[in-house]
Design a protein around this ligand. Structure first.
Ligand code: HEM
Length: 175
């Protein structure tokens, strides 16, 4: 029961992180709306959110790698390749962004490089990441829905159990 509770909390937190990543990604694409300073600092913050996400799923990722070496399943290959390329593309955005930074690097006492090719890499990597993020959600949709319904069921079971405890017999036997 305790284990179920912590698993459902972890899943909810992971879903929240996914939501933050998606919302953050949308915000970062609105450079004209946010201005360059917010764009850069929010971009660096988002990189930490992604690292946290990967850290929390690290056991699942290493398990998948192990399985991947044994099982030759085309869908698993595709999912893993997608995640690896998505991760590389995301960090290409962050590295190219930092290199041409006009606010983040100067705040650290350094100056960025202003080159058209860096901007091209930045924008291309952004488009590639968006495509891979959408595919990632699509191929994992069944698992995401399953995780959400399982979390909801555990939550409802907990709620009804605590309702029975407080509304029913006095658990300490004192009443
Ligand atoms: C997930 C993260 C990020 C996404 C999706 C993203 C996306 C974009 C996009 C689409 C543009 C082009 C805007 C235009 O049409 O002119 C842009 C420009 C820019 N980004 Fe990012 N970015 C991200 C992170 C960062 C980070 C972390 C930095 C720096 C610390 C950064 C620095 C810049 C700069 C300096 C420009 C302006 C380039 C120029 O006009 O010369 N970006 N970004």
């Amino acid at each position: 029961m305790k284990l179920n509770k912590s698993v459902s909390r972890k899943n909810l937190f992971l879903l929240l992180l996914d939501g933050c990543l998606l919302a953050g990604f949308w915000l970062l694409n609105q450079v004209r709306l946010t201005g360059i300073a917010i764009h850069e600092w929010a971009g660096v913050a988002l990189a930490f959110v992604l690292l946290l996400h990967v850290g929390m799923l690290w056991r699942w990722i290493t398990n998948m790698f192990r399985k991947f070496l044994r099982v030759r399943n085309a869908v698993q290959y595709f999912k893993l390749a997608l995640d690896i390329f998505g991760f590389i593309a995301f960090f290409a955005i962050i590295i190219s962004g930092i290199l041409m930074s006009r606010s983040f690097l100067p705040a650290l006492g350094l100056s960025g490089v202003h080159s058209r090719s860096l901007k091209m890499i930045h924008v291309l990597a952004t488009n590639a990441t968006i495509a891979m993020l959408m595919l990632h959600l699509l191929v994992n949709l069944k698992g995401i829905i399953r995780m959400m319904t399982r979390s909801r069921r555990i939550h409802e079971r907990e709620k009804s159990a605590s309702g029975e405890l407080s509304g029913g017999v006095d658990p300490a036997g004192l009443g």
